[in-house]
Design a protein around this ligand. Structure first.
Ligand SMILES: [Zn+2]
Ligand SMILES: [Zn+2]
Length: 148
């Protein structure tokens, strides 16, 4: 969990106290495979710290997001959270069927970005760009035999 301890270090460097709430919430986000809903963060954090209430979760996630320690990802109409990748950003492909989120390396969008700049003089803000669609396993299910 090096990403997790880096995140704690960042908080400390910025002068924020490492309260148990903050540490447990950060640990909960770090434990997941990424893209964790607020409910899921709450459930995991409560296992470690039973007095955790949802307002604290929201407040802490908001702070961690502001400090760029966690990244917020919109999946469907809900926000999900993951540790900010210190090695660079990634974009997301979000499945409309199962609401799974898949990471997409920025280089896939680099050509798209430079095309918009060169052809339209338009500099896109791709920071929160997510591509919605249908993931491989959902497509497989949809195309499967006896399904129609
Ligand atoms: Zn899917
Ligand atoms: Zn992600």
């Amino acid at each position: 969990m090096s990403g997790h301890s880096e995140a704690l270090e960042t908080l400390r460097e910025l002068g924020y106290r490492l309260t148990p709430q903050r540490m447990f919430i950060l640990a909960a986000v770090a434990e997941g495979t990424g893209h964790m809903g607020v409910d899921e963060v709450h459930r995991r954090a409560k296992e470690a710290y039973p007095y955790m209430d949802i307002a604290t979760i929201y407040r802490t996630l908001h702070l961690l997001k502001k400090l760029n320690v966690v990244t917020e990802v919109a999946i469907g109409d809900r926000m999900h959270y993951e540790l900010t990748d210190p090695h660079g950003k990634h974009h997301h492909m979000v499945c409309q069927s199962c609401h799974g989120a898949y990471n997409l390396s920025p280089h896939y969008l680099e050509e798209f970005r430079s095309t918009l700049v060169s052809e339209f003089g338009f500099e896109p803000d791709l920071e929160h760009f997510a591509i919605s669609g249908t993931c491989a396993s959902c497509r497989e299910k949809a195309d499967g035999p006896g399904n129609g």
